[in-house]
Ligand binder design. Sequence first.
Ligand code: PLP
Length: 403
Amino acid sequence: MDIQKIREDFPILKREINGYPLVYFDNAATSQTPKQVMDCIVDYYSNYNANIHRGVHTLSQEATDLYEASRKKIQAHFNAKKDYEIIFTSGTTHSINLVANGFSALLKEGDELIVSALEHHSNIVPWQMLCERTGAVLKVIPMDENGELKMDVYSELLSDKTKLVFCNHISNALGVINPIEEIIAKAHAVGAAVLIDGAQACPHIKPDVQALDVDFYVASAHKMCGPTGVGMLYGKEEWLKKLPPYQGGGEMIAEVTFEKTTYADLPHKFEAGTPNICGGIAFGAAIDYMNNIGFDAILAYENELLKYGTEKLNEIEGLKIYGVSDKKASVISFNIEGIHPYDIGTIVDKLGVAVRTGHHCAQPIMDFFKIPGTVRASFAFYNTKEEIDVLVAAVKKASMMLS
Ligand SMILES: *Cc1c(COP(=O)(O)O)cnc(C)c1O
């Protein structure tokens, strides 16, 4: 992997922040966009902009072809059996809400749902809302001090009352990779369906939904070099057929009269209204871009960055890393004893380093560790060890100033 050449693809990496070269370590919140994806967006609006699935005119057909070709690209990337098992959404949050809403019709009082303790709020709140609507009960797989799920407790929580299990593939707050193969197999053994939140995994690995035998898998384009406001839901055909539509409107109908409306076939049943057409096409371009580099190379390089960053940060006095599993993505969540994470984030920003501070939309994890939040540095394949050196020096400086 030629990192310097790859960095040329990302114009924003040439920016200066407060007089220093930008060091962008907030990749777990959103990734940067390569010019190949920007070119795709400009090309779409310059040459193909039209509404899809409706017009007989050439432009509309070309836009439709590009959009549907992108769906096929996503299908191939995730190894879905059918292209209509891929639903375009506005992102992970939308995808989860779509499934949670659909399950309103399938649950009854006393049914049980299981969530992991490591979830992003967007994989907690929609399910709590579902429980309020249906009288279903939410159970939690606890975690240990290392940020790993207690799988023995998970086994005890499962029963024939369990209807659905949801868990992220990789935790956005700690970077821990969850044992989703085991989670899926055990859920299926009691007849429960599983939704995996892949928002944080897809920037690093290429999931195979058939090999995983997962029922639903969701992701956002903007965390994997694509634009914001677009994402995907993979659902097994049998499940997508069972779930009622989420939103009503244009595009999702077969026939409408004031007496009765019948719904369109998959995937259109779940795609009401004019979608983010350009975003959907650019999502495909982002997947092409990442596959051209190769996920094996990306993961191997990011693991090097993770190892290097972990070693260097651990040399700082009073620094504690949360999530110390040996199965981790390139995310380091840490605090320095006696210093508020926000103060560290503010000082390193003055030196050009972008990290995230706070609860990372995962307050239950922070409550578990009894902390207000962490500083989170998350690395992508376009980052370098030299940038990690800049981070470490900046954190040392912040630590000196604040203690
Ligand atoms: C970012 C993230 C989400 C939410 O994604 P949106 O694009 O904001 O909808 C959900 N889960 C995890 C694990 C995430 O990292």
